[in-house]
Design a protein around this ligand. Sequence first.
Ligand SMILES: [Zn+2]
Length: 317
Amino acid sequence: MEGLYLYAKKMVELKYPNGHEYKEMFIVGLYGLLCKYKKYHKIIWMIFMQMDNYIEDKSLNEIIEENNLELEQNNEDDDAVSSSIHTFITDEHNNLCHILEKPVAVCSKTNLNKKYILLFLNSWVHEMGHLIKSTLNGYKIKGHDFNKSEGQLRSGLSIHTYVFDKNTFDCSTSSKYALLDEAINVIQTTEAIDYAYSLDGMVPDDDVDKFLSELIQYENNDYGYNLITQEVRKLWSIDEFKKLIEDNIVQGNIKEIENSFNNTMDDDKAFAKLDLLLDHIYYADKNMDCLMEYSQNIQKFDEMVSTYKSKLAQLKQ
Ligand SMILES: [Zn+2]
């Protein structure tokens, strides 16, 4: 424990030599992330040192607007958002071209309730999770011709495709695996915070110790994307699935994840089907008229989980 704790503390002291209002939260959060993504500690260091943190008592939109950040709030009830180091601009030939940017994490404190201290830590660690998982192989230029230019940005499992139309200057976007990625990020955030909880009573610094004793009054749980996270937890509890995702999702080996899952399922569309079912579950839950469809999709998802389990068992024989 000691080494990683000191590493986390050193990062915070180097970045904020004059102290910071959320120093304890950063140390505890970074410790959890370092335990969870141990192999990638250099990435965590790089992101934290370069990033801008916007943490304010205002709505997410207000923070974004007031600081002229090029970010979008995806859902009305989101408390936090982040942007990775990779982005595209267009060059003199109107081709998409990759540039590196400062990573940004924005956390709004207005919606947070009594469990504030835990939820706040959770939002920040969640956004750091996205940043860590979008650094390696985070972009790809797919190609250009006279009419259009195409590129992809990756964050975890989620792949965003951009097609820039050179005649109309419109940029269309499409994405896949976004909700699956969010649910996995929620679960991995809970795991990182579990590590942080284990620091309680072990820390030599009084201010961090005080932060921890306040924190652990609240039970650490999955926060965000409730129903789809519950579903994805069923997959996550299968060792083979967790193992397949953990390194590949950081390194960007999405093809490997798709192929391995599809091969196990004996269906070359299985991973895409999983994603589609989660989309349906997520949007049906937001709209009570789709209750029937909703339970059918939950059932279909559960069936896929059991098929995956039994196929894995067959493979072992
Ligand atoms: Zn997220």
